[in-house]
Design a protein around this ligand. Structure first.
Ligand code: CP3
Length: 351
């Protein structure tokens, strides 16, 4: 298997930086858009044969170093008896706003949680035959709560923050339930064959450092400790949260994925070589075309030492991204390894 990603997450040196792209299976791919003409997003997720096809689409086109299973962070939420629609982001028609609604949530058994996603994982593992590792994922508890309480995505989730201020105990109950749900779901994913997992805590940045540390961080700590017991490495992604970095990197994840607002080079210098960092090109740079992408990627590679770096974007790839920009990013990463090999070879021959 191409195990660049897994070796990096284990703290081992690799001959090349691993590279995968958040939201790599999606709307920037013409073949995905063609499939979406015939099927809704929900249908694609519900059909393991189609979800497998979409998972593999980016791997057919590009030499990426991991597959990420095609599903959504809201995929396990159906097991709580909550209906989720996509328009295009998740929408909950009856948001959870009271202690009673939260206490009434069922606690599903592992096999009730997103069984079609687990079937997709088994089929992807089978199709890939160990070509590259398969990443599983879950939403972080705060990010799942954001959709459940607010009812839909938005800029800063006022209903969720109001709940945090008004009834922190009720919020804690919800975050505990969502953490348990994620652990069961991820255990199912590991049993189905995923090689590593990423936690998408996309909306953590809407809280202050003090509130996040008190209200959310203990649940992430608990979640990551339990993932550690599942025996696969974990990556924690937080978006728009440079003010939470100090707390984030003290959590027990194997890798830390940060967005483009963070100076990755400075962060590496501050942390030393131990922590694995993932990121963090601005997805919007890819919209500016392959030359700009290539330049930005080379600058990133020059600024951040190879050891312990997983190349990725700072957030999901945007639907309008030209394919050529993705190719330019991959080429920059592959070129660096080739240049390293040439330098070693010429040093060896005295030339
Ligand atoms: O990374 C991958 O390619 C795997 C699949 C994946 C999807 N969603 C498929 C999807 C993953 C890892 C996610 C995670 C996800 N979903 C997050 C966390 C990552 C992030 O971007 O911050 C969040 C916040 C969501 C919620 C969500 N789902 C939104 C906001 C949207 C709408 C717009 C968008 O970003 O695409 C969705 C729908 C969704 N999830 C689509 C896909 C491919 C688009 C569906 C379509 O219209 O075809």
């Amino acid at each position: 298997m191409n195990d660049l990603l897994l070796r990096t997450l284990r703290g081992q040196d690799t001959e090349r930086r691993p590279l995968w792209i958040m939201r790599q299976a999606g709307r920037y791919l013409p073949e995905y858009r063609a499939l979406r003409e015939r099927f809704s997003f929900e249908e694609l997720c519900a059909r393991p044969d189609l979800a497998t096809e979409v998972t593999l689409m980016p791997l057919e086109r590009f030499p990426l170093d991991a597959a990420i299973v095609f599903a959504d962070i809201m995929s396990p939420i159906g097991a709580l008896g909550i209906d989720v629609e996509f328009a295009p982001g998740p929408v909950i028609n009856k948001p959870l706003r009271s202690a009673a609604a939260i206490q009434a949530l069922p606690v599903p058994d592992q096999e009730e949680i997103a069984p079609t996603v687990l079937e997709t994982i088994r089929s992807v593992k089978n199709e890939l035959a160990d070509r590259v590792p398969v990443l599983g994922f879950s939403g972080g508890p705060w990010t799942l709560a954001a959709y459940l309480v607010q009812g839909r995505g938005g800029r800063d989730f006022p209903a969720l923050r109001a709940l945090a201020a008004d009834e922190p105990g009720v919020l804690a109950d919800l975050l505990e339930r969502l953490t348990d749900l994620s652990v069961s779901y991820l255990r199912g994913q590991v049993e189905a064959g995923v090689d590593a997992v990423q936690i998408f805590e996309t909306w953590s940045g809407v809280l202050s450092f003090a509130d996040w540390s008190a209200l959310v961080k203990p649940h992430l700590q608990n979640l990551l400790e339990q993932i550690g017991e599942l025996g696969v490495p974990s990556i924690l992604f937080m978006q728009n949260a440079p003010h939470l970095l100090g707390g984030m990197i003290s959590l027990p994840a194997d890798g830390f994925s940060v967005d483009w607002r963070v100076d990755l080079s400075g962060l590496r210098q501050a942390l030393g070589p131990q922590k694995v960092l993932q990121g963090n090109l601005d997805p919007a740079v890819l919209l500016a075309g392959p030359e700009r992408t290539s330049r930005a990627a080379r600058r990133l590679l020059q600024g951040v030492p190879r050891e312990g770096h997983i190349v990725n974007l700072g957030h999901g790839i945007l639907p309008q991204t030209p394919i050529e920009s993705v190719e330019a990013l991959i080429e920059a990463v592959h070129d660096e390894a080739q240049e390293d090999r040439r330098a070693v070879a010429s040093a060896g021959t005295g030339g």
